[in-house]
Unconditional design. Structure first.
Length: 433
């Protein structure tokens, strides 16, 4: 009985139960392998910029080669090519252009000039689009791209990514003096860097479209509610991510522990009916199921990588919830316990790992592992008091059992002695008779 009681106390106070029931095995984080284009060094060597006469021309062969190699480059390939996190200084490129030739670089600034498409592209059906931008530091950058820059106008803020070809000079407009020439796939719309968002702007968040039911209560099966993380990279998500990156690190662990967890059906119903305010801080308690990472599109927050994490919440019947994070996931094991400090962003129709469709979507600054609070001294005293009590009970049972065994042995000895005496008296009486 003492052993059974000790086992029950151990299971109640000391055993660490698993956080939830697994949804299934699989790779915890999906990272797509990419193949990078290989440049022909002989073609690159044809681009020369050692003298002003060489800088006055754009050699057609190396230009065609770089246009061909860059046309299919997407952000994850650019990252694999070693595109730097920050733009290289123009002065460094000018100081030694040969060492940077063929390197995948990027710059952003105001668009000063953009030409119409010109012939001469190495691929059929494509044209060459020339342009010129001025960075925030006042440096000029010339570019050549393959895809038509639609919905981009002169004077707007843009970003160019591509291979550095050479330095260029020009006496005509746009006037150029040792200006770097970048050859890439396309021109991106971009934004000046934002200041950190300390408080959410409800007007910005209200522009998110996430109604999932029509007037008759039927779910809508198409439209923006199906847009995932990649399609949602625009103003509201950047605003929410900047707030998470700014606000979360300022809150202490105790302050976050006071935040209400998102773990009830009533909260889910409020989300479904649009009664849960966007930007509301919540604590998500669950376990890691799987995740996926993508290179971020140009954005004013400086986000380089987006990650989508699915975490399973046992208190919601094992429902899996998506969390969008503007940072890499890092090393994490399947079914690891999480306590994510998140903000509610939107509701959407989503094919989740648990087979559900409707789900709220949350934004967090990073993936937070669950770390239990250090035990209170009183808790330790109570636990060890129980241990002492159980030990005393066990010792008491052992003592009582030992005493009973001793009494039983004494009783058996006395019984044998009585039997022996009876046998002796019976034998003596028989002899006397």
């Amino acid at each position: 009985m003492g052993t059974v009681l000790a086992g029950l106390i151990f299971l109640t106070f000391f055993y660490d139960y698993g956080p939830t029931i697994p949804l299934g095995e699989g790779p915890p984080v999906e990272r797509t392998r990419v193949q990078t284009p290989v440049l022909d060094l002989a073609q690159l060597a044809l681009a020369r910029d050692g003298t002003r006469a060489e800088r006055l021309i754009i050699e057609p062969k190396p230009l065609a080669h770089l246009l061909e190699k860059s046309i299919d480059i997407v952000p994850r390939v650019a990252k694999a090519l070693g595109m730097p996190e920050h733009p290289l200084l123009i002065e460094d490129v000018r100081a030694n252009p040969a060492s940077h030739r063929g390197q995948y670089l990027w710059y952003k600034g105001k668009l000063r000039y953009l030409s119409r498409g010109k012939a001469g592209h190495p691929r059929r059906g494509y044209k060459i689009y020339e342009g010129w931008l001025t960075t925030d530091e006042g440096d000029d950058v010339l570019f050549r791209v393959s895809l038509e820059p639609r919905d981009i106008r002169v004077g707007e803020y843009v970003r160019i990514e591509g291979f550095f070809m050479k330095l260029y000079d020009s006496n005509d407009l746009p006037r150029a003096d040792r200006v770097p020439v970048i050859v890439g796939p396309e021109l991106f719309s971009d934004f000046p860097n934002w200041n950190p968002v300390a408080e959410v702007d409800e007007k910005i968040l209200d522009s998110v479209q996430d109604d999932i039911y029509d007037a008759f209560g039927n779910p809508i099966v198409d439209g923006p509610v199906w847009d995932g993380l990649l399609e949602s990279q625009y103003l509201p998500l950047w605003h929410m991510a900047s707030h998470a990156l700014t606000r979360t690190p300022t809150l202490t662990r105790r302050q976050w522990r006071k935040t209400r967890p998102f773990n009830t059906k009533e909260q889910l119903d409020k989300v479904k009916h649009g009664e849960f305010a966007r930007g509301t801080p919540v604590r998500l308690l669950g376990s890691f199921v799987k995740g996926h990472e993508w290179e971020a599109r140009p954005n004013p927050v400086g986000i380089k990588t987006w990650a989508q994490v699915w975490m399973q919440v046992r208190d919601l019947g094992g429902k899996a919830l998506p969390v969008w994070i503007p940072n890499p996931i890092g090393k994490i094991s399947y079914n690891q316990s999480l306590e994510v400090k998140a903000y509610y962003f939107r509701r959407m129709m989503f094919e989740s790992p648990d087979g559900g469709r409707f789900t709220p979507v949350f934004v967090a600054d990073e993936l937070h592992r669950y770390t239990p609070d250090p035990p209170h001294p009183t808790t330790a005293i109570v636990q060890w008091s129980f241990v002492g009590l159980i030990a005393a009970v066990v010792l008491l049972f052992v003592f009582l059992a030992r005493r009973d065994r001793q009494r039983n042995r004494v009783h058996l000895v006395e019984m044998d002695e009585r039997r022996r005496r009876r046998r002796e008296r019976a034998t003596l009486a028989s002899e006397q008779a």
